[in-house]
Write a protein that binds this ligand. Structure first.
Ligand code: NAP
Length: 272
């Protein structure tokens, strides 16, 4: 019996149980996916939950906010991606060792490449990343790994500065009207929660500022069309929300836990 789950706080609105239930069914596996809400400062409970993976009572765990960093101290090994990003979103056992991995970065990159397709990037691979929080770290790592030149725009420049220290060859600017106005890039990636439900009338891109000739990737997946994506499309640009990234990282995680590789469409249909 495959026992999977998600820990974080809160977790009740997560789409992961639906996604993984569909995957278990498609692979013909007996199992379930449970939610384990653990309060932000409850390290004891977190350690107890992780010990269930160590002992094999749980096959694997997804980890979300606020525990993506908190679980690191309990891991035997971190994958290079998890170490570089400084966050774990998936835990599994390899041999007798508890491994912390990160599938947000490859999940994002895989969906980005599908989104961009064979489109010619006139100005080369340069990207503007809005926000400098947890998901920005995975996005910046993925983009750099794929040869993109990255500029991070954050409302607190010191937060973007932390990513410059961590990743090296990236630029940091303040997220404001002037810097957005002067930025000419073929890819804009939003990693801020601005525009996420229930604040669907908001956008991190100012209403009265035209976009440069760029493709727009918004990590938010609820709603299915954010204001940022709607406005970019209205200007004739290619734009997408982050459901594809969610689905790709879930598919990667499911394969790591069960060895069962499924077409991504199975995961996507479960949430659409
Ligand atoms: P996070 O760690 O809290 O980081 C959010 C970043 O956005 C921070 O830099 C924050 O700055 C900035 N920010 C917040 N409100 C802002 C505002 N009003 N104006 C400008 N900047 C603002 O959050 P996260 O984990 O990165 O998640 C961000 C979003 O990505 C969420 O909507 C989440 O659902 C989505 N996400 C999607 C996927 C996917 O699979 N598609 C995966 C991960 C995350 P401050 O620190 O100054 O607040």
């Amino acid at each position: 019996m495959i026992q999977l789950g998600l820990t974080g706080y809160p977790v009740r609105h997560s789409l992961s149980p639906k996604i993984h239930a569909a995957a278990l069914k498609a692979c013909g596996l007996d199992g379930d996916y449970s939610l384990f809400p653990i309060a932000p400062d409850d390290k004891q409970e977190l350690e107890e939950l992780l010990s269930r993976v160590r002992s094999g009572r749980l096959t694997g765990l997804n980890v979300t906010i606020p525990h993506k960093q908190n679980v690191i101290e309990f891991m035997d090994d971190l994958t290079p991606a998890a170490r570089a990003i400084g966050a774990v979103n998936i835990v599994y056992l390899r041999g007798n060792r508890l491994v912390g991995d990160n599938t947000d970065a490859p999940g994002f990159l895989s969906d980005l490449n599908k989104f961009i397709g064979h489109q010619k990037l006139g100005m080369g691979k340069s990207a503007l990343v809005l926000g400098a929080g947890g998901s920005a770290r995975a996005v910046v790592y993925a983009l750099m790994d794929d040869g993109w030149k990255v500029t991070i725009a954050a409302r607190r420049i010191e937060q973007a500065g932390e990513l410059v220290l961590q990743f090296g060859k990236v630029d940091a600017v303040e997220l404001n009207f002037q810097t957005l106005q002067s930025s000419i890039v073929p890819l804009i990636v939003n990693t801020t929660p601005v525009g996420m439900a229930p604040n669907m009338d908001q956008s991190p891109w100012p209403e009265n500022l035209p976009f440069p000739n760029a493709s727009v990737y918004d990590l938010i997946y609820h709603p299915s069309e954010t204001k940022l994506v709607r406005n970019a499309r209205a200007q004739g640009l290619k734009a997408t929300t982050g459901l594809g990234m969610l689905v790709e990282q879930a598919a990667l995680g499911f394969e790591l836990w069960t060895g069962c590789q499924l077409p991504v469409d199975i995961f996507r249909k479960a949430v659409e």
